[in-house]
Design a protein around this ligand. Structure first.
Ligand code: GH3
Ligand code: MG
Ligand code: MG
Length: 531
């Protein structure tokens, strides 16, 4: 798995975790506050419904009180007058007062008159009313005015009663006036319009099971408790308010279904937030992927490929081309520093492997490489190349006589004398063995080579390194073999130079000798210049 995928994966996991926690917390707090708002609204709405019925009951109560202190009513209760009753509290009077029932009891609960009215102008049929327990209540409690609900054959009826007295309330009461207003569909519709709430009144319907009770939400009026019950689904809240009649027995229910607008809106908002989070995560992931690619992955790949390439090529002189002040930039700087150290160490090692430690001259290895280079160059350009092999004469005897450390010093002086003999930078001297040296002279023919050999022997002579045991001179001398590279192999050239050196030794030392091929062209071996 690449770094980019790892970073993106880590980001996505973190973001998903953060989004889940945020959404959970948001959902919880939203639900809690929506519940509170919903609770408050539902209570207020059910309160308005109950108040509207209560207001209607209050209106009926006022009318009943007014009529109960009406002098003519007083007279009618004391001395029943059907004609007056027909005229003043009959259908003509009930219609505008929206009354469904008017009953007048005399003292001791004697029913003086009972008039009913339905909205179509006819009589409301209440066959069981007179036998109902309400009548007993109204008769016995007649001196206690009040209001409440009655279950009748025509449905629930708002009912108020008051004792009939003189208008100034003086004297004894002569009876009880009972008035009723049917809580029918028409009145419900009117109250619905007033409250603008879609409630229903159901006579004799009982509360369904499994509802949640909201206790003491409303101040209880005379026809119900202060509690109401609820149930809900995702979209609707169902409210139930229990009604009771004047005998405090179950009289039915008010139901109110309210759409859960706050919750629905909240749910919508929640989904929008969810979607926005998903989009935000997507966009941020893409941006992060681009940023990680250009700021990190691309540069890391470049870094890796450059490092792999220069390691494969062992090109320690090359550097990694990644800049910047970030971790990768710093890492590149450190790697470049390491490369510089490796390069310098390798150069030192190279130097060491190609240098003779005693004389400081190039060693055998360096000579072989240079010889191969010059030889191939000579093959290409056809210019002549001279090879001189030099061997110090009787050096074993020198060591024996002066000691090995002195021998080392002598070898250094020989090397210095050789160095002084060369003029051209292209010329090359190496110590290729104990007291053996090789000199490569590019673009030099046999005459030039011989001149160089003479010069070397001269410089050696000038150095005057005493050699008491030498058989050829009082100072240190050397023999030189010369070979000019021809159309041959490199080994053949070296062999010829070696042969020439051998000849120089054989012919008495302290001299330079050319290989036989060169000898044919020029004079034979050179005699020592000093001799
Ligand atoms: P010839 O004239 O035939 O070349 O005689 P030679 O004694 O020089 O030849 P030989 O090859 O027998 O001896 C070479 C000597 O060089 C032997 C060895 O002790 C000495 N030698 C080789 N390398 C060193 C060195 O690094 N330091 C010293 N002091 N002596 C060395
Ligand atoms: Mg030797
Ligand atoms: Mg020797």
């Amino acid at each position: 798995m690449g770094t980019r995928v790892k970073i993106l994966l880590a980001f996505m996991i973190s973001f998903a975790l953060m989004a889940t926690i945020s959404l959970t917390l948001l959902g919880r707090s939203m639900n809690a506050s929506y519940d509170a708002i919903e609770h408050r609204d539902l209570t207020a709405n059910m309160g308005r419904v109950v108040q509207s019925i209560e207001a209607s009951l209050q209106h009926l109560n006022t009318l009943t009180r007014d009529w109960s202190v009406w002098t003519e009513m007083y007279d009618h209760a004391a001395h029943p007058n059907p004609a007056w009753a027909q005229e003043n509290i009959g259908n003509n009077a009930m219609e505008p007062a929206d009354l469904s029932l008017v009953m007048i009891f005399g003292t001791q609960g004697r029913l003086i008159s009972m008039t009913t009215h339905d909205k179509k102008g006819g009589k409301l049929q209440l066959p069981t009313l007179q036998a109902s327990p309400y009548l007993a209540l109204l008769q016995t409690d007649a001196h206690q005015p009040g209001c409440g609900l009655m279950k009748t054959d025509a449905g629930l009826m708002l009912t108020c009663w008051a004792r009939i007295t003189k208008s100034d309330s003086s004297g004894d009461f002569v009876g009880t006036l009972v008035s009723g207003r049917l809580l029918d569909a028409a009145l419900t519709l009117k109250l619905r319009e007033q409250t603008r709430l879609p409630f229903e009144v159901h006579a004799a319907r009982i509360l369904p099971q499994g509802l949640q009770l909201w206790p003491d939400m409303l101040s209880p009026p005379g026809f119900g408790s202060g509690d109401f019950s609820t149930s809900h689904d995702a979209n609707t809240y169902h409210l139930y308010y229990r009604l009771h009649d004047v005998l405090h027995e179950n009289a039915g229910l008010i139901t109110l279904d309210m759409p859960r607008e706050v919750h629905i809106q909240g749910e919508l908002l929640y989904r929008q937030v969810q979607q926005q989070l998903v989009w935000t995560a997507l966009i941020m992931t893409i941006l992060l992927a681009v940023a990680v690619h250009f700021l990190f992955v691309q540069r890391l790949r470049k870094f890796t490929s450059q490092l792999v390439k220069l390691t494969e090529e062992t090109a320690w002189d090359k550097r990694i081309d990644i800049n910047g002040s970030d971790e990768l930039g710093i890492l590149s700087g450190k790697v470049n520093m390491l490369l510089r150290m490796i390069e310098s160490k390798i150069n030192i090692l190279k130097e060491l492997t190609l240098t003779d430690t005693l004389t400081g001259l190039p060693n055998r290895r360096a000579f072989d490489a240079r010889l191969a280079l010059e030889f191939s160059r000579k093959q290409r350009n056809g210019r002549s190349l001279a090879l001189l092999l030099l061997d110090v004469d009787y050096f074993k005897l020198y060591n024996d006589h002066y000691g090995h450390p002195a021998g080392d010093i002598a070898l250094k002086e020989v090397a210095a004398a050789l160095g002084r003999s060369l003029f051209r930078t292209a010329d090359f001297i190496a110590r290729i063995g104990g007291e053996e040296f090789a000199i490569l002279l590019p673009e030099t023919d046999v005459d030039g080579a011989k001149k160089m050999a003479d010069r070397i022997r001269m410089r050696l002579q000038e150095s005057s390194i005493p050699h008491a045991d030498s058989c050829v001179a009082a100072h240190l001398t050397a023999s030189i073999g010369i070979a000019i590279a021809g159309n041959e192999t490199l080994e053949a050239l070296v062999n010829r130079a070696d042969r020439a050196l051998y000849t120089a030794k054989r012919d008495g030392r302290d001299r330079a000798c050319c290989d036989a091929r060169e000898t044919r062209l020029t004079a034979s071996c050179l005699k020592a210049v000093s001799s």
